[in-house]
Design a binder for this molecule. Structure first.
Ligand code: SF4
Length: 477
């Protein structure tokens, strides 16, 4: 879970990149960085923390240049322990700035191969091996003066050697011109878009909201299996690299992306709404009845609205979310855990008292939060409390860039598939639990979605050694 923005422009880009980056702060809060190409030199500033903390005005003031990249990081592979682990990354030979969002699954294999070539990975971040493979392939063709064919060959090398999910932006000189390139892994698992302001300036970003901030119009999603080459004042060039079926992360649309972002198949908000409508149909088919639909804020609101509309009942706000409660802290006992939950999410009692409530949430991962929410709401004496989740049960970890726990920590993976709703519903203390079916999700998300965390169908194979290494990394954080 990371976010990037890249820009090539006729004017200075740093302040625009930072403004745009704010729109995707939700994609990572552990580190932030900005790098630019400024004539013959590069600037790079990165540090731990959120954008305002990692990139204060004094630090970024000297960062000039008309092409650059900014990044926010939440690590899904490797720890962020020092500023050196933050993105973007820079190579001196040849000069390339690079950032990515995703999870490279074969880092140990890449590290061993690169070592044989005399190159050492110095950070804990998987953007670095992507950059080294790209740089190595470019310099093998020639030391400098690269053209687009060289870049195509280098991206082919990345596709050959780097496995997993990655959406990449890089700034380098190509054909003697300042150039922003972008490419996604062959299946386009992680998101990415590009657009223009109509003045010959170009941007690429993880989500379209980063373009909206600067008044740039989204042209399209970053094409899968292709290289996009953007230069100021010129139309982008698109080059085929490999032909592979798209498999875009459905969890972005369920939980992670901003609702006002537009991804391949429309507004994220609309996707959540359609999943809620489908869930309502599946819920009603069980013969249940309710008075009111209440969302666990914020992600679930469109799905709750759709459920209420489909079922012909009320939709009400039932919680006040405290935006200032900060990070979850370690809570030693049940009483303080409940206090911490109430600090984040306080229920409006009269919305629940005596009502038959459908409580809507986006997903169940460990299940501990939902258990505490139900326990808290039981004190308000609702006539019935039905939990409805607008995604299927998460039964498998994600190895493609969303930070999920291992399988033995996933609540739904601990019980037989056909008894998940009854057993987990009882564990929550709910009157019923309904998940959106896999077929229902696919009816909305389409056949080009990655849904491996729900189905176990991993489009890029991940060996057991790679799985163990990724999970060990996550446990180490
Ligand atoms: S496994 Fe799940 S979270 Fe990971 S990329 Fe696929 S759909 Fe997204």
């Amino acid at each position: 879970m990371c976010g990037f923005v890249g820009m090539v422009s006729s004017g200075p880009v740093t302040q625009s990149l930072l403004a745009s980056l704010q729109a995707i702060q939700h994609r990572g809060q552990d580190a932030a960085g900005v790098g630019t190409r400024d004539g013959d030199r590069f600037h790079l500033v990165k540090d731990l923390g959120m954008i305002n903390q990692a990139l204060p005005p004094r630090a970024v003031a000297p960062v000039g240049g008309t092409a650059g990249i900014a990044h926010v990081r939440y690590p899904t592979a490797g720890a962020v322990s020092t500023a050196e682990d933050a993105q973007p990354f820079l190579t001196r030979r040849p000069g390339i700035l690079l950032a990515h969002n995703g999870n490279v699954t074969n880092v140990p294999e890449l590290a061993a191969g690169l070592r044989k070539e005399g190159l050492h990975i110095l950070s804990e971040c998987d953007a670095e091996p992507i950059l080294l493979v790209l740089a190595q392939a470019l310099t093998e063709r020639r030391p400098s003066g690269h053209d687009v064919d060289d870049v195509i060959a280098a991206v082919r090398a990345v596709y050959r050697r780097v496995r997993g999910a990655y959406s990449v932006v890089a700034v380098l000189e190509v054909d003697g011109q300042e150039t922003l390139i972008a490419f996604r892994d062959p299946h386009g698992i992680r998101p990415g878009v590009y657009g223009t302001d109509g003045q010959g300036n170009w941007m690429a970003a993880s989500e379209s909201v980063a373009l909206d901030v600067l008044g740039f119009k989204k042209i399209d999603d970053l094409p899968t299996g292709k290289l996009l080459v953007m230069r100021q004042g010129q139309e982008p060039l698109v080059h085929d690299i490999v032909d592979a079926a798209p498999r875009r992360c459905v969890f972005e649309r369920i939980y992670f992306a901003r609702p006002d972002s537009r991804m391949e198949d429309g507004r994220v908000n609309r996707n959540r709404w359609l999943m809620g409508r489908q869930l309502a149909r599946e819920w009603a088919a069980k013969g249940f009845e309710a008075d009111v639909v209440i969302a666990v804020p914020d992600t679930s609101r469109p799905a709750a609205q759709a459920m209420a509309e489909e079922l012909g009942i009320k939709n009400r706000e039932g919680f006040i979310k405290n935006r200032y409660s900060g990070r979850t802290f370690i809570m030693p006992d049940q009483a303080t855990r409940m206090a911490a939950l109430r600090l984040k999410l306080n229920p409006i009692a009269e919305m629940f008292e005596g009502q038959r409530v459908i409580l809507v949430d986006d997903s169940i991962v460990r299940g501990s939060t939902m258990r505490r929410i139900v326990e808290m709401l039981r004190e308000l004496r609702p006539a019935a409390l039905h939990v409805a989740i607008f995604s299927p049960p998460v039964r498998h970890p994600c190895f493609y860039g969303i930070d999920m726990p291992s399988q033995d920590e996933l609540a739904a993976a601990q019980m037989p598939q056909d008894r998940v709703e009854s057993e987990l519903g009882a564990y929550f203390g709910a009157d019923s639990l309904t998940f959106l079916s896999v077929d229902g999700m696919r009816a909305v998300a389409g056949p080009e979605a990655c849904d491996a965390c729900f189905t176990g169908d991993y489009v890029v194979p991940v060996s057991s050694a790679e799985r163990a290494a990724i999970m060990a990394d996550r446990r180490g954080r």
